[in-house]
Design a protein around this ligand. Structure first.
Ligand code: SAM
Length: 360
């Protein structure tokens, strides 16, 4: 069983939606031709469910103020060389209006863990977005909160929540985060979000410091068990003022292999080709789509703050990464046979009603 060829390993993964740790290593170690077979298989799986369309999310990075001190992150609390900003409720609403006019039907509100925004404040922002644009989905990516906070935002109309688990191995988690942060708390937050009824996304960085093949395998098994609606992965990219400034960047090729594996493990999952992938590889977005991704998140933040939300060095936020340049994006993905789908782009099981929304 363990002496399968690369192609047989891919075929088995496609049929069984499962893999062993040594099969993961086989898939990561293959040559270019082998990997192309993996990417094509994942892409065909995506095509069968979603066709050659790509869902768009307008990303509003509404605050780069964070109470946490994650060792990898450019907006960590201890980073003193950046200009901190936070957008007012009105500014966030203007971003949503602009996104709506541009054609976006999902807005992603992302921030550092900024305690300035209370549940009441966020709820009124969510309600106003929903009132002005009932057909726009609201995704939150605001980090770890208590159940009541998550529930209030859900009741106010938030649809989805992205919270990367970062790593499914406690010891590795402790290598990436300071002692005051807790692996259990992050994992419990994910469970709570699911229980409340959010379409929930987890994810991790590829090639984060200390990460081994075993850690990656545990990440994949966590995804299989958690069965998320979305998975966000991208290469770790170093930021010069963090404790990980001298660490090597994650590999774009490993990221593509993992995107394909996640597609084959969880065929219906919503899977973005992330900005981090497109930052480290000039054709990262296109390669990501060809490896099975089906979501792109152009930047919809006010242009004057985009340069301040620098999680890592050289982050791309211009050209087709920006919400204003949808023509450019359409052309670049059109060249490889994809087109933009301007609908809300819910998870297939969600919009088909096999999961019920339990808002209070
Ligand atoms: N505060 C929220 C949270 O904790 O989920 C959302 C913002 S946080 C900055 C978003 C994600 O950026 C993190 O989950 C992490 O995986 C990613 N990230 C942070 N620093 C990074 C780096 N240096 N390279 C690649 N990704 C990074």
């Amino acid at each position: 069983m363990e002496n399968l060829s690369y192609k047989e390993t891919v075929d088995l993964l496609k049929e069984s939606h499962d893999l062993t740790e040594s099969q993961l290593i086989t898939l990561l170690d293959g040559d270019r031709q082998c990997k192309n077979y993996l990417y094509e298989t994942a892409r065909r799986t995506t095509d069968a469910i979603f066709g050659r369309t790509v869902y768009l999310r307008g990303l509003v990075e509404f605050s780069n103020i964070c109470k946490n001190d994650c060792y990898y992150c450019g907006i960590r609390r201890s980073h003193s060389h950046i200009t901190r900003y936070r957008l007012s409720g009105e500014e966030i609403l203007r971003c949503a209006d602009k996104g709506y006019r541009l054609g976006f039907r999902t807005i992603v509100l992302q921030s550092g863990e900024d305690l300035y925004y209370t549940a009441d404040m966020l709820c009124s922002i969510i309600r106003e977005i929903k009132q002005s644009h009932p057909d726009m989905a609201v995704t939150l990516s605001i980090g770890e909160k208590e159940r009541d906070f998550y529930q209030a935002c859900f009741d106010a109309g938030a649809d989805r929540f992205l919270l990367r688990h970062e790593t499914a191995t406690r010891l590795h988690y402790e290598q990436l985060h300071p002692p005051e942060m807790s692996y259990e708390h992050r994992m419990n937050c994910l469970k709570t979000l699911r229980e409340i009824g959010y379409q929930t996304g987890c994810g991790f960085m590829v090639g984060s410091p200390g990460q081994t093949g075993h850690h990656l395998y545990r990440d994949l098994m966590f995804i299989k068990e958690f069965h998320p609606h979305m998975v966000g992965i991208g290469p770790f990219l170093s930021q010069k003022d963090t404790p990980f400034a001298k660490e090597a960047n994650g590999s774009p090729n490993d990221t593509l292999v993992l995107l394909s594996i996640i597609r084959l493990l969880e065929p219906k999952v919503l899977l973005p080709a992330t900005t981090a992938l497109n930052t480290i590889a000039s054709d990262g977005r296109e390669s990501g789509l060809l490896a099975g991704a089906n979501v792109i998140m152009p930047n919809l933040s006010p242009p004057d703050v985009r340069e301040q939300y620098l999680l890592y060095d050289n982050k791309r936020h211009t050209g087709a990464e920006s919400a204003e340049a949808l023509d450019e994006l359409e052309k670049s993905i059109g060249r490889i046979g994809f087109r933009i789908d301007f609908s809300r782009g819910d998870h297939p099981d969600y919009c088909c009603g096999t999961e019920s929304v339990k808002r209070r």
